[in-house]
Design a protein around this ligand. Structure first.
Ligand code: ACO
Ligand code: ZN
Length: 225
């Protein structure tokens, strides 16, 4: 029996290691041919979804050395809206909120950061809101019994007093390999200057909905500086 256990352990080290792809986010087993084939398929579809061909009347709201930010509005041509929806689906998948539709798609503004290689490497979905509830503190130390531990990281405590706000960021996402290059920061900067015509929104007027741990770290840092 012992030697068999040993074999499993060895095999585990050599073959059964789960890998997370930094680009497409898929978790797979590197040495399983089926898993690898599935990963390659998912990976290519993922990158294809982020490919940006562009269109004549694209609304470029900012230009940088490493890309540009394009704004897509609900009444834009079908192909533009379709692209925005495709990207949003990819983002929702990664964020794990497949089942949560936007509250009002007709009011959403979608900002895409397009790299010089013509790939969408950042996406921000902003909606008009009237009020928001401030996230109060770190979540409790341990999940309560019966609570899904994977859900636990979203259980921030929120204040019960609504505060006025103007713009809700319901999704913010940056392509894995491009994170920590200020892409999210620049997208939020652009939202603040373009969301409401003629106004530069303060950080208090922007609210991040249901933040993930990454989202919270980013928002905390962004709102302080
Ligand atoms: N850990 C610690 N600090 C961070 C992190 C992090 N993961 N991400 C950002 N910050 C802070 C840093 O201080 C950073 O400045 P620095 O790099 O000079 O130290 C500052 O925020 C600015 O960061 P950016 O480079 O502008 O952020 P980035 O482009 O990497 O995007 C984002 C941040 C969008 C949260 C990215 O990590 C991501 O896409 N994560 C996965 C998806 C996700 O969880 N999105 C948030 C969902 S919540 C919502 O949608 C409302
Ligand atoms: Zn991948």
């Amino acid at each position: 029996k012992r030697s068999r256990d040993q074999m499993i352990i060895d095999a585990g080290q050599k073959h059964f290691g789960a890998v997370v792809c930094k680009s497409c986010g898929m978790i797979y087993t590197a040495a399983s041919p089926e898993d690898e084939a599935q990963h390659i398929q998912h990976h290519e579809r993922f990158l294809e979804g982020l490919r940006y061909v562009g269109w004549k009347k694209e609304r470029v709201v900012a230009e940088f050395w490493d890309g540009k930010i394009v704004l897509i509005l609900p009444n834009d041509p079908k192909y533009a809206v379709k692209k925005a929806e495709d990207v949003q689906e990819i983002v929702d998948n990664e964020l794990g909120f497949k089942q949560v539709p936007l509250s009002c798609p007709a009011k959403t503004k979608i900002y895409c950061f397009v790299s010089n290689e013509k790939m969408i490497v950042g996406c921000l979905v902003a909606e008009s809101i009237k009020q928001a509830f401030r996230v109060l503190s770190e979540p409790g130390a341990a999940p309560s019994p019966g609570q899904d531990p994977l859900q636990h990281h979203r259980a921030w405590r929120c204040s019960t007093e609504p505060e006025p706000a103007v713009c809700g960021v319901s999704r913010i996402w940056v392509f894995g390999p491009r994170r920590r290059n200020g892409i999210a920061r620049r997208m939020v900067d652009v939202v603040r200057s373009t969301f409401m015509y003629g106004c530069y929104l303060s950080t208090h007027e922007i609210a991040f909905s249901d933040p993930t741990p990454d989202g919270k770290l980013f928002a905390t840092k962004y709102c302080q500086t």
